[in-house]
Design a protein around this ligand. Structure first.
Ligand code: ZN
Length: 559
């Protein structure tokens, strides 16, 4: 049983099964020993030059749209804030005594998420929540120095990151795919036609809510997904974060401890919200799928409750920052819990600085400047309003969601894709597809439109059987995001299938498998409704039996 569950969950979801033990198991020793002195000095003999950015691995990775800061989902353009962050990064970088790569670029994501991550294109992505929740400059300095550490230590030149970063597309894909099916059911039912008899109005709205809830879960947990480094690399970045912020006269001891506490609290809160959403999803799904058809829903191996659980687990794993599995390998969890990181860095500090770090008061001047601008005030309103809109939409409160969107539209970010995409999704849920289409296209016209905006638009076009426009949007999306077709492959398959073009389904399936990314392959097979596992490139002994899940949920007529 456990095997088949895990097998189903090969996407982001398998991560959860594997990540579980990480929390319970306790940590191995922190891999960086400060007994040999500050790590910053220990790395003196390493070669960084080829690294920074130049390694072939790095370049390969950076060609994935999802690995580029400028394509990060929910991005907010905040030039003054970005400049202040870049200033702090430069100060920290001034204490890096070795060869340096190019100056990192900074991007901000409009989500109340207390964290940051670096990407192979030499960018640092900062969650708005870090700026909003930090209690001192020193916290921001430690986190930014950690990210700078990844870049300066050349962590992206190493192969491990490639798999992991890529596979996060899959986690997204799976949620999208299931969400599409739910929306699709709702739309078909709303539109009338055969098969409607079996369902009442409450099923229709429950299906719409369930779809919106998967959107919200995805927004909460998949918007900021750090590329997964090895546990060793994370320890190294923590040590460098400590060393650089210490050297730049920040209080690394007190700030780093609070950083880990805040990450823990932030994560717990997000998990709590996600758990609530899971329950809601479960209730809504129970209205949509009756228990007997639920059996056949996923090849008779999974019940409705499992389906909600699977969605949730995938999301939960991301919430934990544990999307650390690559390519379906199963060599154990890699990420420490915040508590373990806190202990590790405290031990490192004692060992590396036996004389004790100088006592310093934490500062707030930088944060005050960051928060004093008009763009910050507007961003704060938008981040809160978009979150509220998603929350209300998933509860089926469309007027409430509309009011939140209206509030966001009044700010200087009113025409940002973060706002326009959510406005479009709301119209879509309300059955106003033409309006939604306009809003999506308006968002595409923005230089900041993101991959998910295109994907959501295509999902809607697919569901409403607008196949030709769907093909067109896919094509422009791929072209726009540096010809990276991976985020679109499962949709290409779904659309081709709907158009009855089995040869194209086969073509895209082959293309999918050519990446040797099991998660991606599985998403594609889900979309194709293929249940066999041939050609998946799977090396696991028990080849997974995949459910022919989403595009033909029983009882959901497609036309
Ligand atoms: Zn890290």
């Amino acid at each position: 049983m456990i095997v088949s569950r895990r097998a189903f969950a090969l996407g982001g979801v398998a991560i959860a099964a594997l990540a579980g033990p990480a929390l319970a198991m306790g940590a191995d020793a922190f891999t960086v020993s400060g007994k040999k002195g500050p790590y910053l000095k220990q790395v003196a003999k390493q070669r960084f030059g080829a690294g920074g950015k130049g390694g072939s691995g790095s370049l390969g990775l950076a060609s994935d749209a999802v690995n580029q800061g400028r394509f990060q989902t929910a991005r907010l353009r905040m030039p003054q804030t970005e400049a202040k962050i870049a200033e702090m990064v430069a100060t920290l970088d001034g204490h890096w005594p070795y060869e340096k790569g190019p100056v990192p670029t900074v991007h901000i994501v409009g989500l109340n998420y207390y964290n940051a991550y670096s990407l192979p294109d030499n960018s640092i992505v900062v969650g708005f929540g870090l700026l909003d929740q930090a209690q001192s400059d020193d916290e921001a300095a430690f986190i930014l120095a950690h990210e700078l550490g990844h870049l300066r230590l050349g962590h992206f030149n190493q192969r491990g990151s490639a798999f992991n970063s890529r596979s996060m597309i899959s986690g997204l894909g799976q949620l999208y795919v299931v969400g599409s099916a739910l929306h699709s059911g709702a739309k078909s039912l709303r539109g009338g036609g055969n098969g409607v008899d079996a369902f009442n109005a409450s099923a229709v709205s429950a299906a719409a809510r369930a779809g919106a809830t998967t959107d919200f879960l995805s927004f909460l947990n998949n918007t900021m997904v750090p590329p997964s480094h090895s546990r060793e690399q994370e320890d190294q970045a923590d040590a460098i974060g400590y060393d650089l912020s210490q050297a730049a006269s920040y209080s690394a001891d007190s700030a780093s401890a609070r950083v880990f506490d805040t990450i823990q609290a932030d994560t717990s809160k997000r998990q709590e919200t996600s758990t609530g959403l899971q329950k809601q999803l479960d209730v809504d799904l129970s209205k949509v799928v009756d228990p007997s058809t639920a059996q056949s829903l996923v090849n008779g191996t999974m019940t409705r409750g499992d389906m909600a659980g699977v969605l949730m687990k995938g999301a939960g794993a991301f919430a934990q920052g544990m999307a650390s599995r690559g390519g379906g390998q199963s060599d154990g969890p890699k990420h420490r819990s915040p508590e373990e990181r806190k202990k590790g860095i405290a031990q490192y500090s004692t060992d590396a600085y036996p004389q004790g770090a100088p006592l310093r008061d934490e500062q707030k001047g930088w944060l005050q400047q960051v928060r004093s601008t008009a763009e910050y005030t507007h961003a704060k309103v938008v981040v809160g309003a978009v979150y509220e809109a998603m929350q209300k939409r998933s509860a089926g409160d469309y007027p409430g969601a509309g009011r939140a969107i209206a509030q966001a539209r009044k700010t200087s970010y009113g025409t940002s894709p973060l706002v326009l995409n959510e406005a479009a999704r709301l119209r879509d849920d309300m059955g106003e597809t033409t309006q939604a289409d306009k809003l999506f296209r308006q968002a595409h016209a923005s230089p900041d439109q993101t991959v998910d905006g295109y994907v959501d638009h295509v999902r809607m076009l697919y569901r409403t059987q607008q196949n030709d426009p769907a093909v067109e949007i896919i094509a422009t999306g791929i072209q726009r995001f540096d010809n990276d077709d991976k985020p679109f492959l499962s949709l290409q398959i779904a659309v081709a299938k709907q158009m009855g073009q089995e040869d194209r389904v086969d073509f895209y399936l082959k293309r999918c498998n050519s990446f040797n990314d099991q998660n991606l392959s599985n998403d594609c097979k889900l979309a194709a409704g293929r249940t066999d596992s041939s050609g998946s490139g799977s090396n696991t002994p028990q080849a997974p039996k995949l459910p022919s899940l989403p595009f033909s949920v029983p009882g959901f007529p497609h036309r």
